[in-house]
Design a protein around this ligand. Structure first.
Ligand code: FE
Ligand code: FE
Ligand code: ZN
Length: 276
């Protein structure tokens, strides 16, 4: 299996690769820029080159770069949408230095305009950014549906992809905490959830999994991640996710509330539960 966790980019790119290796991870996620301040770390070409060597030599699965979650590409305010556009375009330019990886983003919140207006704004947004993802696959994250978030049903995510013209550089990252909160019962009927995913979005679009337990009950429309096995999903459900034939070869990224030592333990636990 391919598994890793969210890491801090503060010490640079190669440092994340070395940390991942020390955790027995073979993928990881990082924020492309400070999620609150939105500033990005200056890129050191030697640092990125060193990371690319680590990834290649250790047969890493694709990495997941995560856009700042504060950006709102479907905001009612043009200024807010323009900021999301400008920062994500600059992120995609830097992603070209680590070709072949994923750029995951939250489709945003319509803030009172309604789901359809949000989807229309996202359509315009995707049309602008996708041509700039040349060696990167952009991933839409499945959301919990808290507040006025869009992207909390598979139908909405399918519509985002369809209206973008279903390009090859657009995929989906499925967050287990979010979809359980959104009302997809991965605990009692994972097969049915995945059949539904396949019939709406298509499993060929599924590129990565955010593997999280949840602090809140089924269908709560909340977004509170819990450590693996301690939440409403539970260890059995997580074990079924990582071993499901449709999922088992995807990169699994932990976004659980942990420091590095906690991630090391969760990675070991999950590797132990993986059938191969
Ligand atoms: Fe996310
Ligand atoms: Fe997530
Ligand atoms: Zn979340």
């Amino acid at each position: 299996m391919h598994i890793g966790c969210h890491l801090s980019v503060a010490d640079g790119y190669a440092a994340m690769g070395r940390t991942a290796l020390s955790l027995q991870a073979d993928t990881f996620q990082f924020f492309t820029r400070n999620p609150r301040g939105a500033s990005a770390k200056e890129i050191d070409p030697a640092d990125v080159a060193e990371l690319n060597v680590i990834l290649r030599e250790n047969h890493f699965a694709p990495l997941v770069a995560h856009a700042p979650y504060t950006l709102n590409p479907c905001s009612a305010e043009k200024k807010t949408r323009d900021l999301a556009l400008m920062l994500m375009l600059s992120d995609l330019e830097r992603m070209e230095l680590i070709p072949g990886n994923y750029y995951n983003f939250h489709p945003g919140s319509h803030v009172g305009q309604g789901d359809d207006a949000g989807l229309q704004l996202l359509h315009v947004f995707l049309e602008t950014i996708l041509p700039h993802a040349k060696n990167t696959t952009v991933l839409i994250e499945t959301m919990a549906g808290k507040g006025s978030e869009i992207g909390y049903t598979f139908e909405q995510v399918a519509e985002m992809i369809r209206s973008a013209g279903s390009p090859d550089n657009l995929g989906v990252c499925m967050d287990t905490c979010h979809i359980y909160s959104a009302g997809y019962d991965v605990v009692n009927d994972l097969d049915r959830v995945l059949t539904h995913f396949d019939e709406t979005i298509g499993l060929n679009r599924l590129k990565a999994i955010h593997l999280n337990d949840s602090m809140t009950p089924f269908s709560s429309r909340k977004d509170r991640h819990e450590c693996i096995g301690n939440g409403s999903l539970g260890l059995d459900a997580v074990a079924k996710v990582i071993n499901h034939p449709a999922l088992k070869d995807l990169p699994f990224i932990l976004e659980t509330p942990n420091e590095l030592e906690g991630y090391r333990k969760e990675i070991a636990l999950l590797r132990g539960l993986s059938a191969k």
